[in-house]
Ligand binder design. Sequence first.
Ligand code: HEC
Ligand code: HEC
Length: 312
Amino acid sequence: MSDFTSGVWDYFVAIISITSIAGCAVFLKMHSKVRAKLDEQGRPQTTDHVWDEDLREYQQPMPRWWVVLFYLTVAFGLTYLLLFPGLGTRYKGVLKWTSVGQFRSEVATADARFGPMFDAFLHRDLVDVAADPRAHQIGERIFLNNCSQCHGSDARGGNGFPDLTREEKIWGGTPEAIETTITGGREATMPPLAAVVGSDDDVKDLANYVRSLSHSTHDAARASRGQPKFVICAACHGPEGKGNQQIGAPNITLAVLRYGSSVDAVVDAIQHGHHGVMPAWKDVLTPAQIHLAAAYVYSFSHPAAGAKPDAH
Ligand code: HEC
Ligand code: HEC
């Protein structure tokens, strides 16, 4: 990792760090030479600083324990810089430690420890795994760590992110389809279509027709004017608007839509289109982890398969 665009900063960092530590050591050495000075009567000399009339500062050496402690910190600082990469990006340190390396080795340790336990589920049928309470627990962990930032910790999604607890899935709800979705990711594109539909009024009419399909609030006169234009949408969303799993065109006859359920939200979809991307997990999770995550998702809509319906 390098946040610095110019190599000069590497030298700057290295020189400043080493000089300040060396400076501390020299300063310490100079001051630890100070011996207690005595005046003619054998009393310790003062610096001639007087406060509050009679408070005097003596010329005394620093306490030994303090000096030793300070030397130890200097030694610690130098050893640390020798072992770890603390001097700009050029010097990697004797141990060649990196945060990425540490992360990888932790992942490898975890895989070695939990891998066999996860693999035991890989060879079992997904419906069967979904019914296993222990698999459900592991699947929930995987989901919370990797999926909840988009789909929500209750898996109900949000604006643009599908609700995974519904039985009807955009890309198919069979165990195989869910596993394929997670493994390879999915990308759906709806192009902006206002130019094809016509004027702003035509777009509004059509949007009202779309909302009438779910019996949501709409303007009936506009809806009947918009109906003929629906053939444009039917190409992808199907003649009844129930969607097409092959291209990830969602069912738009549902009362609750992922990108917003109002007439305005549909107008927005027609004007600007949508582009939803579900990332692929095959390079991040092991096949067994994907199997467990898929089983977890499957169990939402198949509570009979074992998941506790009140878990969320
Ligand atoms: C080329 C195929 C295609 C056509 C034609 C098309 N759509 Fe879409 N539409 C999609 C896809 C794919 C998505 C999902 C986009 C995503 O996942 O980000 C989508 C999403 C939507 C959404 C959002 C659904 C939600 O759950 O929030 C609405 C509303 C919508 N389309 C309405 C229409 C209307 C109205 C028309 C006709 C003017 C139309 N679409 C024509 C492919 C199409
Ligand atoms: C960066 C955000 C993001 C993350 C992280 C993410 N997803 Fe998704 N996921 C999406 C989006 C967006 C879609 C919808 C894609 C589309 O527009 O069709 C989606 C779709 C899905 C679908 C298909 C839903 C359907 O109705 O067909 C499943 C299943 C799914 N995700 C499961 C997961 C699982 C399991 C994880 C964790 C391993 C995960 N997702 C992590 C964004 C994400």
